[in-house]
Design a protein around this ligand. Structure first.
Ligand code: GLA
Length: 338
């Protein structure tokens, strides 16, 4: 059975509590969580461009918010220093407007899928501080400015902290030091003062990483710089200790203690074993029986384990709905997920 169908089954239980007539006729995921938080998915270019009616029918029915999988990353939207590419991002925003959805921007400053020209001068050396600030400002303000008033909130900085709580060595950090982060938030805020601004990262359940983000959020707030939310990506496993949900409880508690909302930004639960930790979109692995023991469909046992896990995860988030503003699945179906 497909996980996406299992997800609907798991969520149908929660949906049955919903009271509206429309919901009784056709339970939807957004209806199940209408009093809790926004729900949505990361959507890809074929869906955005109207080439995937099946995925479109799921997203349009079940979700009230969307995130662009790739089309707003710098490599896609700003491929050359003096050239932006708007076609897909414009279509993404229009899709959200046509469906009356909360439209999320993802992501402004990230070391991965970064336009290759971004940090370098004509000799292939890192640009100096002033030039890096100018490039960040131009990139952020051009992109945020174009969609001013249309995007509910932006992932301003993605994945800037290592699991041990130290700053990740990215071109932004290596050229500008820690100040690149408040600067990015300041540039985004200047371009659209009404947009919400977020941080986003994986492995938030690791205490050193979580605590570093608490420190960063508190520091931004102390300096009067707008920050509205912290995204916890959540590409997790089907086993109950991968990670243990008590660790997510700790993230909910500590992040909400700063006064910002937590967002579950990239949820997917793998029914298969993981081969690596963290996010590396360039990684490829040979398909072996160990990696996919279910070439002809999940066993009943694994399907139950997966279903139980999704139900427990959703119950935890529903219980803490006052501290969570959005839940986004990474991809519309298994085919687009990790
Ligand atoms: C990170 C990014 C996402 C996506 C995934 C890989 O989590 O934030 O945009 O690229 O990696 O699927």
């Amino acid at each position: 059975m497909k996980k996406s169908i299992l997800a609907l089954a798991a969520i149908a239980l929660l949906a049955s509590c919903s009271s509206s007539k429309e919901e009784q006729a056709q339970p939807t995921i957004k209806g199940a969580f209408q009093d809790d938080f926004l729900v949505g998915a990361a959507i890809d270019v074929p869906l955005i461009m109207g080439e995937d009616p099946k995925a479109d029918s799921i997203v349009a029915l079940h979700y009230n918010s969307i995130v662009p999988e790739n089309c707003m990353k710098s490599m896609e939207i700003h491929p050359e220093k003096d050239r932006y590419f708007w076609d897909e991002a414009d279509a993404y925003v229009k899709y959200g407007q046509d469906h009356n959805m909360a439209i999320i921007g993802h992501c402004l400053i990230w070391h991965a899928q970064l336009s290759p020209w971004f940090p370098y001068d004509e000799n292939g050396k890192y640009v100096d501080k002033e030039e890096m600030k100018a490039r960040m400002k131009d990139h952020i303000q051009t992109v945020v400015g174009r969609y001013k008033g249309k995007i509910k909130g932006w992932d301003v900085v993605n994945e800037c902290i290592e699991d041990d709580g130290t700053w990740r060595h990215t071109p932004f950090y290596d050229i500008l030091g820690e100040e690149f982060l408040p600067l990015a938030f300041q540039y985004a805020h200047e371009a659209d003062p009404d947009a919400e601004l977020y941080l986003n990262d994986y492995s938030m359940y690791k205490p050193a990483k979580r605590d570093k983000y608490v420190e960063i959020i508190n520091d931004l707030k102390k300096r009067g710089i707008r920050i509205d939310g912290m995204g916890m990506q959540s590409h997790i496993g089907y086993k109950s200790d991968d990670p243990d949900l008590s660790e997510y409880q700790a993230v909910i508690d500590t992040i909400s203690s700063t006064g910002v909302k937590l967002m579950i930004t990239e949820l997917d639960i793998s029914a298969l074993p993981f081969v690596m930790e963290g996010a590396n979109t360039d990684a490829n692995f040979e398909l072996t029986e160990e990696l996919n023991p279910f070439p002809n469909g999940l066993s009943e046992e694994r399907a139950k384990e997966w279903n139980d896990r999704m139900t427990q995860v959703m119950a935890l988030y529903k219980k803490h709905a006052d501290k969570i503003s959005r839940l986004t699945w990474w991809g519309t179906t298994d085919a687009m997920s990790w």
